[in-house]
Ligand binder design. Structure first.
Ligand SMILES: NC(=O)C1=CN([C@@H]2O[C@H](COP(=O)(O)OP(=O)(O)OC[C@H]3O[C@@H](n4cnc5c(N)ncnc54)[C@H](OP(=O)(O)O)[C@@H]3O)[C@@H](O)[C@H]2O)C=CC1
Ligand SMILES: O=C1CO[C@H](CO)[C@@H](O)[C@@H]1O
Length: 343
């Protein structure tokens, strides 16, 4: 196995894929303390060379396995289409590399569990690249929800959309590559509901409007025990939305940019109470750097890992519900006692 993340030596990352998000995350990796980006892999040597020259990465390799075979890589950042995540994460674990895998972690709960099991077997750390969970306002918002400020929690609602964020050969429109808004954006909204509920729903319903055989818009309903409910809408046919509300008997917490803060604005959220009083909170942070630090540090990642597995299970149930056009139970095999992410 390759070196463990330590406080003393920089963690050397290799990058798989040269797509849209790769550019941003490579910059985030390069601006995180104790991290270096050593190599980038593409299906094409020419593209790897181009990317390496643009981003000052020392090595460019053709093929993802060639990256995993290198001794100068401790960890990988994997930004491939969703249907390729499980296979390459398992191979990365077998090669002893720690893993930062883009969301959605996989395309099914079975695949997600295979990743978790391989990482456990080969003693590597892993995280899904769900940056918002690592922003410090996230923990602050949940502390309000779980600490009684909102009263008894009743309903969580969220909307995440981007208007046709498509390029040529777009994986989001290809069912074989794990396309569709349910996996891509439902990852955020279903994960948010589980995060604030602190548990899995018992039952879900989803309705999808499709294009090219993938969900273009999904509206969903989730039922938890104790009469807590959640609903969300996500899709590629409305303008950018990334908001949620957690509503309790006394007040609500509202955030209008939870997946990634709007650029060049204060990072905010609000508490609205029953008398129309509004408290605004501001807290800026660099969520991707904190996410990377969590992976390369020593802190337990179990809570993040459990939430990812739980989210994937809920997405399986939502997809089944959309297929059957009726509510379905959620077969959660994640321990209800699993800790919740708290950083
Ligand atoms: N965390 C976030 O904020 C965001 C996360 N994402 C996630 O990141 C992942 C990648 O998304 P994005 O960067 O938009 O995707 P892109 O389509 O832009 O890039 C995907 C890359 O994967 C590689 N690849 C390997 N096999 C295939 C294939 N069969 N078809 C297409 N590409 C392939 C390609 O790199 P090469 O040819 O060089 O090998 C390609 O550049 C997704 O899981 C997505 O959900 C996306 C946007 C934001
Ligand atoms: O996670 C994501 C956030 O923004 C994108 C829009 O560009 C999504 O489609 C994407 O996968």
């Amino acid at each position: 196995m390759t070196a463990s993340p330590t406080d003393s030596a920089p963690t050397r990352f290799g990058v798989m894929g040269t797509g849209r998000i790769t550019r941003r995350l490579v910059a985030d990796l390069q601006s995180t303390d104790a991290v270096s980006v050593t190599a980038i892999a593409s299906r094409s040597q020419e593209r790897a060379d181009w990317f390496a020259s643009q981003y000052g990465i020392p090595a460019a390799v053709e093929g993802y396995q060639a990256l995993l075979d290198r001794d100068d890589i401790d960890a990988v950042y994997l930004s491939l289409p969703p249907s390729l995540h499980a296979d390459w994460c398992v191979r990365a674990a077998e090669a002893g590399k720690h893993i930062l895998c883009e969301k959605p972690l996989a395309t099914s709960a079975d695949q997600a569990n295979q990743i978790a099991q391989a990482c456990q077997r080969f003693g590597v750390r892993w995280l899904d690249a769900t940056g918002w969970l690592h922003h410090r306002r996230t923990a602050a918002m949940r502390a309000l929800a779980s600490g009684g400020r909102l009263g008894r929690l009743g309903h969580i609602t969220a909307a995440v959309s981007f208007y046709r964020p498509f390029q040529s050969g777009e994986h989001r429109l290809d069912p074989e590559l794990g396309g569709g808004c349910l996996l891509d954006l439902g990852w955020y909204t279903a994960g948010l509901a589980c995060y604030f509920a602190g548990r899995s729903p018992n039952r879900v319903f989803a309705d999808c409007i499709e294009e090219n055989g993938v969900p273009l818009r999904t509206n969903a309903m989730l039922w938890f025990d104790d009469d807590l409910t959640a609903s969300f809408s996500c899709g590629y046919d409305t303008a950018t939305r990334k908001w949620f509300e957690v509503a309790g008997s006394d007040a609500s917490v509202i955030c209008d940019d939870f997946t990634r803060p709007w650029a060049e604005r204060p990072t905010r959220f609000w508490v609205h109470d029953a008398n129309g009083e509004v408290q605004a909170h501001e807290s800026s942070d660099r969520q991707e750097q904190r996410m990377i630090q969590a992976l390369i540090g020593q802190q337990p990642l179990e809570a993040f890992n459990q939430l990812a597995l739980q989210t994937q299970t809920v997405l399986d149930a939502l997809a089944e519900s959309a297929r059957l056009r009726q509510p379905v139970p959620v077969h959660a095999d994640v321990s209800p006692d699993a800790p919740s992410p708290s950083c």
